[in-house]
Design a protein around this ligand. Structure first.
Ligand SMILES: NC(=O)c1ccc[n+]([C@@H]2O[C@H](COP(=O)([O-])OP(=O)(O)OC[C@H]3O[C@@H](n4cnc5c(N)ncnc54)[C@H](OP(=O)(O)O)[C@@H]3O)[C@@H](O)[C@H]2O)c1
Length: 240
C-alpha cells in the first residue's frame, strides 16, 4: 500500500482518530501536514517529515494558509484527510444558533474549504486522494445530535458530488463513517451508556483509533485504484 514520499494533509491531527491517521501515514513513509488549534499538542510531533500547522478549519483564510504553506514546502498535495470535528449535543428545542452553526462550520464547511483549496493542485497533478471522516450518525441520525448528523450527512453528499466532479482528473474521494471509537469525543459517556452501546455492536467491542486509521490508509494508498464516492463504515457491524 505504497504512499512513500507522498504529501498528506490531516486535519484534527492533535488527538484521537486524526493523530492515529497521521502516525499511520508517517509510518508508511508519507510527508504529513498535521493541523489543529492546540499548538502544544502539535509540538509533540517532533519528527522529520512532519509540518505542523496551527489552524482553525472553520476559517477559510486559515485554510488557504495551510495549502499555501504545504505547497511552499513540498510543492504538491497527494492526500487530504478531513478529520477535524466537534460535537455540541442538545435536543432541537433547546439548541442554540451558535451550537448549530459551530458544528456545521467545523465538520462540514471546514471540509469544504480544504477540498476547495486542495483540489486545484491535485487537478494539475491529475492525481489525488481525499477522505472525509463522516460518522454512522450521518447515516442513521441520533436524537440530541441534529447538528452533528446534518453535518456528517452533508459530508456524504459532498463526497459523492466531488467524486463525480474530479474522477476524470484521477482524483478519488471517499467518506469513512466510524461507529463508536474510543477517543476524547466519546469518553464523556458513562460506563452504563458505553455498556448499552457495546450490546448493539455485533463484533462486541468499541472501535480503536487504529481501526479507523487502517481503513483510511488503504483508501489513500496506491492499493485503492477503483473505489470512489463511497461511504465505508468502520463500526464493528453497528449499522447493518
Ligand atoms: N470518536 C468517535 O466515536 C467518532 C465516531 C464517528 C465519527 N467521528 C469523527 O472522527 C473525527 C475525529 O474524532 P475524534 O473522536 O478523534 O475527536 P477528538 O478526539 O475530539 O479530536 C478532534 C480533533 O479535531 C480537531 N479540531 C476540532 N475543531 C477544530 C477546528 N476548528 N480546526 C481544526 N481542528 C479542529 C481537534 O484539534 P484541536 O483541539 O487541537 O483543534 C482534534 O485534533 C471527527 O470528525 C468526528 O466527528 C468520531
Amino acid at each position: 500500500m505504497g504512499i512513500a514520499n507522498q504529501v498528506a494533509i490531516v486535519t484534527g491531527a492533535t488527538r484521537g482518530i486524526g493523530k492515529a491517521i497521521a502516525l499511520t501515514l508517517l509510518d508508511a513513509g508519507a510527508k504529513v501536514v498535521v493541523c489543529g488549534r492546540n499548538q502544544e499538542l502539535l509540538n509533540e510531533y517532533n519528527q522529520p517529515n512532519v509540518l505542523p500547522i496551527k489552524a482553525d478549519v472553520s476559517k477559510p483564510n486559515e485554510v488557504d494558509q495551510i495549502i499555501k504553506q504545504v505547497l511552499d514546502k513540498w510543492g504538491r498535495i497527494d492526500i487530504l484527510v478531513n478529520n477535524a470535528g466537534i460535537t455540541r449535543d442538545g435536543l432541537l428545542m433547546r439548541m442554540s444558533d451558535e451550537d448549530w452553526q459551530q458544528v456545521l462550520d467545523v465538520n462540514l464547511s471546514g471540509a469544504f474549504y480544504l477540498c476547495r483549496s486542495a483540489i486545484r493542485p491535485m487537478m494539475k497533478q491529475r492525481s489525488g486522494k481525499i477522505v472525509n471522516i463522516s460518522s454512522v450518525i450521518g447515516v442513521t441520525g441520533n436524537p440530541g445530535q441534529i447538528n452533528y448528523a446534518a453535518a456528517k450527512a452533508g459530508l456524504i453528499g459532498l463526497t459523492k458530488s466531488l467524486a463525480k466532479e474530479v474522477a476524470s482528473r484521477g482524483i478519488l474521494v471517499n467518506a469513512v463513517a466510524p461507529g463508536y471509537i474510543d477517543t476524547d469525543m466519546t469518553n464523556q459517556l458513562s460506563e452504563q451508556q458505553k455498556e448499552a452501546i457495546v450490546k448493539m455492536i455485533p463484533l462486541g467491542r468499541t472501535g480503536t483509533v487504529e481501526d479507523v486509521a487502517q481503513l483510511v490508509y488503504f483508501l489513500v494508498s496506491d492499493a485503492n485504484k477503483y473505489i470512489t464516492g463511497q461511504t465505508i463504515h468502520v463500526d464493528g457491524g453497528l449499522v447493518i
